[in-house]
Design a protein around this ligand. Sequence first.
Ligand SMILES: Cc1ncc(COP(=O)(O)O)c(C=O)c1O
Length: 474
Amino acid sequence: MEGSLYAQLADKMTEQIRHGAIAIGERMPSVRHLSRQERVSISTVMAAYSLLEERGWVEARPKSGYYACRQIREALAVPSASVVEPDPVIASTSQLVMDVQRDGFKPHAINFCRATPALDFPISRHLRQTYTRLSRTQQHLGVSCLPEGPYVLRQQIARHAMDAGVAVSPDSIVTTAGSLNAMGLCLQVLTRPGDLVAVESPCYYGILQLIEAYGLKAIEVPTHPETGLSLEALKLAMEQWPLKVILTVPSFSNPLGCSIPDERKKALVRLLEQYQVPLIEDDVYGDLYFGTHRPGAIKAFDKQGLVLLCSSLSKTIDPQLRVGWVLAGRYYEEILHRKFVNMLSTPVLPQLVCAEVLGQGIYERHLRQAREAYRQRYQRLVDLVSETFPAITKISRPQGGIVAWLEMPENFDSTELYHFCRNAGVLIAPGEIFSINKQFKHCFRLNYAPRWTREREAAIRKLGQWISDQIEKP
Ligand SMILES: Cc1ncc(COP(=O)(O)O)c(C=O)c1O
């Protein structure tokens, strides 16, 4: 639906109303005029106007035409900043995490729960073709790969890191089976059981799982929904506790979608230097910005090798690739050894495929398409939520990435909602799995990456209804 001509025209006019080029109450261009101006058929314009009417952006007045209106509430508030007292807690996440993870694979459910990218971009076809060709022409079975990964891939990663302001040699990169795997290797090198790790709050549940698995204690640091990790709170935690490492997703975090402004990233590096504490930077979403330029990496400001930058192609292309990496700074040799001990090496073929895709400009083209699509898909989510959710709903304002965070009143139970929706075939990620203190029970996360279909839109409307029912329950 999103790609069709009438929907594109409707989106264009929505933008004009949203930005005030067409004022509320103003008469919209006539069907005939628009058809001539846009060089589309009368029926396309009619279909665009009905879609706008359905979405609440225009109203039809008898014998007069269409008028711009704003029936829906645009100004949903932003979620609150977290206010945790930074205190070390033995990480213990629940069975719920595994349920949510498995849910993501239910074939017929309408899935908003996993933070996976859309897989309907042309790059997927290109990937398949490259796989087929390289599996015929490259010797990849029965050959072993260096633990650090193929040079051609590391070369592409180094080249690409420049976009985030990071100048790095291919020889200081270790490839991994994804970013989570990269972070796991870093934690193995930097910590011992019982050590303290500072994380943002709310925090991607995969990171909390890692911390639990390694017997570490997590300190949740308050995080602002727009500017990310609070440096003031982090400094206090560093003064008070013997922190072994800080772990953050500084650009378009999961689940808040917030980003630490570049100036504050610089200040964060000064803190690391002052306290000599290393930081693991998870940059899986950095390429998916909606604005005009890519945010810099924290690593770009790191002169002492204290930052270990982890990333992958899981969010930009496909998580099934399992191709990630770590720019390990001063810990390079230890990380390499850990990778060797854990898995000897990672499979060669996917790495060669990724090296080729990264090297051909196809990736850049894909990123441009994906960014624009995700920006529009987020906007559509906001429209739907504005139309159908209770007015009290708060929604995050990600400037990139693929997930939105929704906040309900304090006494709302998103785990109950999760179970209810799951039985009805709609999957969401409940807030409690994003914290070791289970403090976000009144929040939940939605993935807006997939193309909007009538079924997905209907599911959001139902979700809005179920939420209203739960809130109104005596
Ligand atoms: C912030 C963050 N980091 C890492 C991952 C996992 O990445 P990968 O598939 O590369 O291991 C996810 C997946 O949801 C994520 O949201």
